[in-house]
Design a protein around this ligand. Structure first.
Ligand SMILES: Nc1ncnc2c1ncn2[C@@H]1O[C@H](COP(=O)(O)OP(=O)(O)OP(=O)(O)O)[C@@H](O)[C@H]1O
Length: 271
């Protein structure tokens, strides 16, 4: 089977129900790094309890867009964001919004697993402690256990919660980072190429996990792997040179794209 057929096969049936709610609405989003414009008038909805894949060639602005969704571009001095970005209808860039709270509601998992140099337990307990989520040790223990269970890591680490998180394998570390994001009860989880540093087995495990997580969370994922986008997402957005070229149900994007640039990209003609 050709790669294109393989992708199309995975994409079949990957669609968002017509009545899926919009969790995040982004309109006319422009991003500048100094003088250079990286995103141009992006309009995209991130649907609730669905996985939205952001794809496109290197430098097209996928990560820039993802970072707009939880104000991570705020930490880049030269970045300037304009347009409207709403979570459940509320503008997350409103001056009265507490950015720390926004980043708890919209968590993030990065390319390279980045556990804190702390125990497995403390990696998970860190966020809930900062946010005052647990009232006592018993509640914290429960949060740690539930988060690790949801991230599919509990059985592997329950007997060594006091050991350093950095001692886990790469795939386990990434699941630890997912558990850490889950621990503060986010509504949305942003993932920036979460499998790029992982081997195929660890990647498959994370992909299964993403599929399970969408029951409880809304997910947006940047990926260079079209197989991965086809396997895990219901919606796909294709970016090129800072422009959102096309978005739609994953099945449609991978089997019947409307734009020639999308067609060229998914068939490997560029990027
Ligand atoms: N901190 C920054 N300062 C200046 N320019 C930046 C910064 N981050 C990104 N850019 C520029 O913005 C554009 C979009 O980059 P971005 O990282 O969002 O693309 P991407 O599609 O995620 O790429 P990749 O797939 O390679 O990660 C690129 O031209 C990049 O050089």
């Amino acid at each position: 089977m050709s790669v294109a057929e393989d992708i199309a096969q995975h994409a079949r049936g990957q669609a968002s129900p017509a009545d899926a709610q919009v969790k995040m609405e982004t309109r006319n989003v422009n991003v500048f790094y100094g003088e250079k414009q990286a995103l141009f008038d992006v309009n995209l909805d991130i649907r609730q309890n669905q996985v939205t894949a952001l794809i496109g060639p290197s430098g097209c602005g996928k990560s820039t867009y993802l970072r707009c969704l939880n104000r991570m571009n705020d930490v880049v001095d030269i970045a300037r964001v304009s347009g409207s970005i709403k979570l459940d209808g509320d503008d997350i860039y409103d001056p009265n919004v507490d950015v720390v709270e926004i980043r708890a509601r919209i968590g993030m998992v990065f390319q390279k697993p980045n556990p804190f140099p702390k125990s497995i337990y403390d990696n998970i307990a860190y966020g809930p402690r900062i946010h005052g989520i647990a009232n006592n040790k018993k509640e914290m223990d429960e949060i740690v256990e539930t988060s690790l269970q949801r991230a599919g890591l509990w059985d592997e680490v329950k007997d060594r919660l006091g050991e350093p998180g950095t001692g886990l394998s790469g795939g386990q570390q990434q699941r630890l980072c997912i558990a850490r994001a889950i621990a503060v009860s986010p509504e949305v989880i942003l993932m920036d190429e979460p499998c790029s540093a992982l081997d195929p087995i660890a990647t498959a495990r994370i992909e299964e996990l993403i599929d399970e997580l969408k029951e409880n969370y809304t997910i947006a994922i940047v990926t260079h792997s079209m197989q991965q986008a086809a396997r895990v997402s219901q919606r796909t957005a294709f970016f090129h040179l800072g422009i959102l070229v096309e978005e739609g149900d994953t099945e449609q994007i991978f089997t019947n794209p409307t734009d020639e640039r999308t067609q060229d990209y998914i068939t490997g003609r560029f990027g």
